[in-house]
Design a protein. Structure first.
Length: 244
């Protein structure tokens, strides 16, 4: 996570509606004066996440009314071109597997770079100075566009290109999925001392979507999903470690 500057008061959260981005949204609402959200439709197989995220936003406003005045406009950008150029298991009906490159075929080349560039353009127009993203170098699949070095390089490039001091904040960069569950609990507990931790964790379990298969029919202790795809496996193992 980069150090904040006094000018950093308003944030744009890359918000897919999954566990990680919901935790990042809660973190942003706890730390910034105004927060807006941004999602992308890139023809992902798990398009159901775009529906889930609307319910997550609604639940956050209901369960944490003190955050509601801070939670501003939600944005959805059509990024279908990314699906056109990506032969991956997230944008095509194909089995999950490892490629010869050593990366899983869930890697969508350039996805986070494009996300951040468009986020910076939107942040410029909306007068937002922080971009919050849930990328992580601990529990991840080796995606090169999730690494801390990539984020630092993008922060410099976007700040220069926009001629504005932008901050890319990565609250999850150095923590694993079990610690991500704990972070959500801690942020919720700080917001509402008696039951906020449990409320935020329960909200994430019940309403967020992580499953690459888009499965919203099978309910597990950690939430909805197929239970076998890489995203479900990571979320489930993190839950188990946290509960232990």
């Amino acid at each position: 996570m980069q150090a904040r500057h006094p000018i950093h008061r308003n944030a744009l959260v890359l918000f897919s509606g999954g566990q990680d981005s919901t935790t990042c949204l809660a973190h942003a609402l706890a730390n910034y004066e105004r927060v807006e959200t941004l999602a992308f439709d890139y023809r992902q197989r798990h398009l159901v996440e775009l529906e889930a995220r609307i319910e997550v936003l609604s639940q956050i406003r209901q369960k944490f009314p003190q955050w509601s005045p801070k939670l501003g406009e939600d944005h959805l950008l059509d990024l279908g071109v990314l699906g056109q150029v990506s032969e991956t298991s997230l944008t095509r009906d194909m089995a999950f597997k490892m490629e010869a490159s050593g990366l899983p075929n869930t890697f969508v080349p350039g996805r986070n770079l494009l996300f951040l560039t468009l986020a910076a353009a939107l942040a410029y127009r909306r007068d937002l100075d922080v971009i919050v993203t849930g990328v992580c170098e601990t529990d991840f699949s080796g995606y090169p566009d999730c690494r801390d070095d990539t984020m630092k390089a993008m922060q410099i490039a976007l700040s220069l290109g926009m001629d504005r001091r932008l901050l890319i904040e990565t609250p999850l960069m150095w923590i694993d999925k079990a610690q991500t569950w704990q972070l959500a609990y801690d942020v919720g507990q700080k917001a509402q001392a008696l039951s906020g931790g449990d409320q935020l964790v329960n909200l994430i379990v019940e309403h967020t979507h992580t499953c690459y298969m888009g499965d919203r029919t099978h309910r597990h202790d950690w939430g909805y999903g197929c239970g076998t795809c890489p995203a479900c496996d990571l979320r489930a193992k993190g839950w188990e470690r946290w509960k232990a």
